[in-house]
Design a protein around this ligand. Structure first.
Ligand code: F6P
Length: 377
């Protein structure tokens, strides 16, 4: 009863402001779990504030839909039953920020096109769910005068100004499960296994899944490895009578010598590399040095798939609710974020263009080393 009264007061507050809200929404960049849960959270939140004074425009395939005016008119019930559903009901695509100011094949000015769509649809606000690249464009659109609210999505957990992104914990669960499955077969055959995990330029997924899955060696981009140290760690395990070893290797892991190369030199080296990824190069080096059989497993995009875990459902719902509050307060140009146990919001200016790397000073690194995990450094 008290709850109902509270809800009706909130609604009255919305109506008292004479507000009919028309909200645009898009999901951009690589997908992840809990995108649907987050959108559902936003819609449920604004519905609480504005009741039936609400119109939702869902843009198809991220910024592409905003540029080319491809959208659907949605109603709150379209967001029912999607809490547990992976992927995104709006579709997504990668539209690199650096190409946003470059006209398309037909000479269309993409930034102007996005602004035109926004104004023609008379949107009050655009809610954008995305990761790093997405936030650079979101900030630019805010600077161009659009009302923008964003939510932090990515399995990589590399967004600045939030301690956690939704998608990350689900990906860590999947990656951990992959390591768990490898454990049993590695034990049977006495092999060395490399499990290569996603994360782009950062090592969050690998670090967490590596610890959770009991990996013996964890290699992440933030801590360049020395192959001799990796081999030493493997030989030490063998001496201890261990029949197998597991390496959790981030797709962006890098050797100490490659870390000394310039970005250009590194790119050129990767182009001519005979191995599809860093793990295959490591596998050959390890096999040569130890004589052990080495196998590589790459779970790849499975890490972005399937249902969101319970943690991500809660996080995405909380972030969605906070985004709705910002819309009600007309506090635009902000990303909802996690600080400690709180859901807060930060200006887009603070977020755009900055990556959140694993820091060597993070206690988790010291604790992992205390557990005997080698980082090959
Ligand atoms: O940013 C999420 C992510 O899954 C990264 O971990 C990975 O490097 C990249 O996207 C893969 O991108 P795509 O789906 O375009 O192959």
């Amino acid at each position: 009863m008290a709850e109902q009264k509270c809800k009706s007061n909130i609604r009255k507050a919305g109506r008292a402001m004479g507000n009919k809200k028309r909200i645009g929404m898009l999901t951009s960049g690589g997908d992840c779990q809990a995108l649907n849960a987050a959108m559902r959270g936003v819609v449920k939140g604004i519905e609480t504030f504005y009741s039936d004074n609400l119109e939702i425009i869902g843009f198809e395939e991220g910024y592409k839909g905003l540029i080319y005016g491809k959208y659907q008119k949605l109603v709150p019930s379209d967001f029912s039953g999607i809490l547990t559903k992976g992927g995104t009901i709006l579709g997504s695509s990668r539209q690199p920020f650096k190409k946003m100011r470059v006209p398309d094949a037909n000479g269309l000015d993409k930034v102007e096109a996005m602004k035109t769509t926004y104004h023609q649809l008379k949107l009050d606000c655009l809610v954008i769910l995305g990761g790093n690249g997405t936030h650079k464009t979101a900030h630019m659109l805010f600077e161009e005068g659009l009302n923008i609210i964003t939510l932090p999505k990515t399995i990589d957990n590399d967004l600045w100004a939030t301690e956690m992104t939704f998608g990350f914990q689900s990906a860590v669960n999947i990656a951990t499960n992959a390591i768990d499955c490898i454990h049993t077969t590695a034990t049977s055959h006495g092999r060395v296994f490399i499990v290569e995990l996603m994360g782009h330029k950062v090592g969050w997924v690998t670090l967490h899944a590596g610890i959770a899955g009991g990996a013996d060696i964890i290699l992440i981009p933030e801590i360049p490895y020395d192959i001799n140290k990796v081999i030493k760690a493997l030989k030490k395990r063998e001496k201890q009578g261990k029949r197998f070893s597991i390496l959790a290797v981030a797709e962006g892991a890098i050797s100490k010598e490659d870390a000394l190369l310039s970005k250009k030199e590194r790119k050129a080296k990767i182009k001519t590399r005979k191995y599809p990824t860093i793990s295959y190069e490591l596998a050959e080096q390890i096999q040569k040095a130890t004589g052990k059989e080495v196998r590589v497993t790459v779970p790849g995009h499975t890490q972005r798939g399937g249902s969101p875990c319970a943690y991500d459902r809660v996080l995405a719902s909380r972030l969605g609710a906070e985004a709705a509050r910002l819309i009600q307060q007309e506090k635009y140009g902000r990303m909802v974020s996690v600080k400690g146990n709180e859901i807060v919001s930060v200006p887009l200016l603070e977020v755009a263009g900055k990556l959140k790397y694993v820091s060597l000073d993070d206690a988790i690194i010291m604790q992992a080393k205390t557990l005997g995990i080698s980082f090959g450094d």
